[in-house]
Design a protein around this ligand. Structure first.
Ligand code: 13P
Length: 254
């Protein structure tokens, strides 16, 4: 299967626009000239304009961390897909567990954003994953299955190659606890099975499924070696160029 690895850095609410310039320059000099692995940085909205100028003459791609499902209008404080496209943003992270936990997002509300993103030629990185309680009560596959089905309702099959999923077990985010390689592969394989049920085997085999949750250079190789792990969505380790590029190197060597 020829799915190209994607390593995406979710900077979350970190780095001013000034700091973002330095980090992007460093990442660019370390891994910005190769195209074997796709590398994407997702800074805050306030850094996107500057970032889009910096990545222009490199292979680095730009992503946003959220967007509104509406195209324009009276939604104070919100950002539309068109505004992101205008800044040459390629990817948009949607449905991150922090947005579900702190901002009340649901599979249903995230579904609207996913559909609006692909309509505007943005590539959604749709985040799913179970809480610790759900894992301990053996609900992981049920929860993840519903997230995939409900979040991707009415997803247009002609846009399938623009769809990326990220499996991020909530208990592994920012905790230093990583899913074992086998745990990740088990859930990724299940996600691909659900995608096969929805879209058919040929389409499902094209969709990249990233792993996220305390991924770092030390554990990246093992996770990326799994058959259904097609890259990483990196939080903490994307905030230093050395750690982030270490994960990109692991993907280049995988
Ligand atoms: P950490 O890599 O800091 O655990 O965060 C993962 C994440 O939430 C990426 O979206």
């Amino acid at each position: 299967m020829s799915r190209k690895y994607l390593i995406a850095g979710n900077w979350k609410m970190n780095k001013t626009a000034t700091e973002a310039v330095d980090l992007i320059e460093e990442v660019k000099s370390l891994v910005g000239n190769q195209s074997s692995v796709q590398v994407c940085v997702c800074p805050s909205f306030t850094s996107l304009a500057k970032a889009s100028e910096l990545v222009e003459e490199s292979q680095l791609l730009l992503g946003a961390q959220d967007m509104n499902a509406e195209s324009s209008g009276a939604f104070t404080g919100e950002i539309s897909a068109e505004m992101l496209r205008d800044l040459y943003v390629s990817f948009v992270i949607l449905g991150h567990s922090e947005r579900r936990q702190f901002f009340g997002e649901t599979n249903h509300s995230v579904n609207k954003k996913i559909l609006a993103a692909v309509e505007n030629n943005l590539k959604p990185i749709y985040c799913i994953g179970e809480t610790l309680e759900e894992r301990e009560t053996e609900k992981t596959l049920d929860v993840v299955g519903s997230q995939v089905r409900e979040g991707l309702e009415s997803f247009p099959s002609q846009s399938i190659e623009n769809l990326v999923l990220a499996y991020e077990p909530v208990w592994a985010i920012g905790t230093g606890k990583t899913a074992t390689d086998e745990m990740a592969q088990e859930v990724h394989a299940y996600i691909r099975k659900v995608l096969t049920d929805i879209f058919g085997e040929s389409s499902a085999s094209k969709i990249r499924i990233l792993y996220g949750g305390s991924m770092k250079p030390e554990n990246a190789a093992g996770l990326l070696a799994q058959e259904d792990v097609d890259g990483g969505l990196i939080g903490g380790a994307s905030l230093t160029a050395r750690a982030f590029s270490g994960i990109v190197e692991a993907a280049l060597n995988a």
